[in-house]
Design a protein. Structure first.
Length: 225
């Protein structure tokens, strides 16, 4: 049994689980994974056995519990300081922490109207004004990060980092709903979708059979939001 255990929900749908899971796996340390199907009888009680919030993800490290994805990322950075998490340059660090925090608390329209659903594929959906605003803001943030700080690699700050973990579910959302993005962002998305941990998660998410109604967009939808 590994010292680290990550508690997650359904891989096809659970955005916050993806962030915490990426952090745990990025450490390179042995990690046990416990997946709990969400919104099923008994799932809340099972979650409360592992996490005081009753939510996913939760990271268990021996007798320590860490909940909330951003907290898990920062805790994992303490466990594996040799890995790249945040850029060292002050300007890059400030930008990375700011956009990660903005993702943590913002983009409510996108999160509400475009749930992560890795198995689904849409095209030609019209974006409502609030969703379009979130998409434009994210495109601007990703483009600026790549152009100012991403010269040393394919990700927002060069190497795969905590900022990429925080935005990973958005990459899947943009891909699922066929959202138009700038060329810089399209190249970044392709790099993210090819990242080995992202590919592992997506493969396992597509293999799931559970259906969560809240994560499905009606088949006759023409607009997001």
């Amino acid at each position: 049994m590994a010292d680290l255990k990550i508690i997650i929900g359904n891989k096809n749908y659970s955005t916050w689980s993806l962030r915490g899971w990426l952090a745990a796996m990025h450490t390179g340390l042995p990690v046990d994974e416990v997946k709990i199907d969400l919104y099923t009888p008994g799932s809340k009680a099972e979650l409360l056995r592992h996490s005081p919030s009753g939510l996913v993800p939760a990271l268990l490290h021996k007798d320590i519990v860490v909940w909330d994805s951003l907290a898990i990322i920062d805790y994992c950075a303490r466990l594996a300081p040799g890995k790249f998490w945040w850029p060292e340059d002050n300007a890059a660090y400030a930008f990375a922490r700011s956009i990660a925090a903005e993702m943590h608390s913002g983009f409510i329209a996108l999160r509400t109207h475009a749930p992560m659903n890795i198995k689904a594929k849409w095209s030609s959906l019209t974006l409502g004004e609030s969703v379009a605003h979130d998409v434009a803001r994210i495109d601007t943030l990703w483009s600026e990060a790549r152009e100012r700080f991403g010269n040393d690699g394919d990700f927002l700050f060069g190497g795969f980092s905590a900022a990429d973990m925080m935005f990973a579910p958005v990459v899947h959302r943009f891909e699922t709903y066929g959202i138009d993005v700038s060329p810089t962002v399209r190249t970044y998305m392709d790099a993210m979708l090819a990242q080995p941990l992202m590919q592992q998660w997506a493969k396992e998410g597509r293999a799931e059979t559970a259906v969560i109604a809240a994560g499905e967009v009606p088949k006759d939808a023409t607009q997001l939001g």
